[in-house]
Design a protein around this ligand. Structure first.
Ligand code: XMP
Length: 321
């Protein structure tokens, strides 16, 4: 089925919210639905839409998969508590790390995360809760890139011919599928989400596993988590579309306290973009880059080298994995 994009010119947030709420309520009927909130723009908007549409017939979970950013579970739950939405944290760290163990190929990592989310974690939740529907924040760009064969977005199922009802026991509802990111932000603002949420830079579904080249082990995720916290602290004030830290697979020779230190390399990326389809590296001030390098090599254990990506998308993509 061809999905028709709702462009920014055509989008009327108030009307969109009304229509989507009616549609969610109609589909769920007397049943129950669940959704996973990551705190990203898309899942936050879906959570608010769902609660507006069906209230406590929607149960919202934060899946702690072990690959989220520092303090993320607690922060997200608190923001939504302030909005009157109860979110339950589900500890699935072991499940995800055992699925990722030994995997180095990007698409295999994505597939492992997809299967753990949709088959294991949601499959289980659906069985326990009796929910028949899973609400999720797939957006137009996710479908486009996956269908074009550029990068499999972890949340694309139906468009790849996967029948979630037959395979996992629930029906997907995807209210944002006709929108791009800017449209989703507009809807989020109209729903009353705080700016820290609706204006948040994008973060990939496979989370920090998309920012570790090679195996996403708990140790390597911990390194990229610290690096991510530094990049976010230092670059929040810029107007960049997205900024990130990547842990490389290869180690390089460094020097620390006059001794050889064979250590990790972190790559920093900071992007100017409007819709993630194309992007250019932000012309960051060199002083900011030097500060980032200094913090990375002193605060993140084992890091000896820091690089800044200067290629555009295309040929690069925004994330490295
Ligand atoms: P790329 O790396 O394809 O990223 O240029 C484009 C935008 O999508 C985000 N991204 C993802 N989001 N699941 C997601 O939900 C994914 O697998 C994924 N990969 C990339 C990325 O952060 C960027 O904003």
């Amino acid at each position: 089925m061809k999905i028709e994009e709702i462009t920014l010119e055509k989008l009327e947030p108030g009307r969109f919210i009304e229509e989507q709420c009616e549609e969610i309520a109609r589909q769920v009927g007397d049943g129950l639905a669940i959704n996973a909130l990551s705190g990203g723009v898309d899942s936050s908007v879906v959570t608010m839409l769902g609660h507006k549409a069906i209230g406590n017939k929607l149960k919202t979970y934060f899946i702690d998969n072990g690959i989220m950013r520092r303090n993320e579970p607690g922060q997200v739950v608190n923001v939504f508590k302030g909005l009157g939405v109860h979110v339950e944290i589900l500890d699935a760290r072991e499940q995800f790390f055992s699925a990722l163990k030994g995997l180095t190929d990007p698409e295999e990592k994505r597939e492992a995360i997809t299967q753990t989310f949709y088959r294991d974690v949601f499959g289980d939740l659906v069985k326990k809760s009796g929910a028949k529907f899973l609400l999720q924040g797939t957006i137009y760009t996710d479908v486009e890139e996956t269908v074009a064969g550029i990068k499999r977005q972890h949340n694309i199922l139906t468009q790849l011919g996967i029948d979630t009802k037959a395979q996992f026991g629930y029906t997907l509802i995807e209210p944002l599928i006709q929108l791009r990111k800017t449209g989703v932000r507009k809807v989020g603002e109209a729903l009353g989400l705080p700016k820290e949420i609706f204006a948040r830079p994008p973060f990939p579904g496979p989370a920090l596993a998309a920012r570790v080249i090679g195996e996403a082990s708990p140790e390597r995720i911990a390194i990229v988590r610290e690096a991510t916290a530094i990049v976010e602290e230092e670059l929040t004030g810029t107007k960049a579309f997205q900024y990130l830290a990547i842990l490389h697979e290869d180690k390089v020779t460094g020097i620390r306290n006059n001794k050889r230190d064979y250590g990790y390399q972190i790559e920093i990326r900071c992007w100017d973009s409007t819709d993630a389809r194309t992007a250019k590296p932000t012309r960051l001030d060199f002083g900011i880059l030097e500060k980032l390098a200094s913090r990375m090599t002193t605060e993140v254990k084992g890091v000896v080298s820091v690089t800044y990506n200067i290629a555009s998308k295309p040929t690069s993509t925004i994330e490295a994995v």
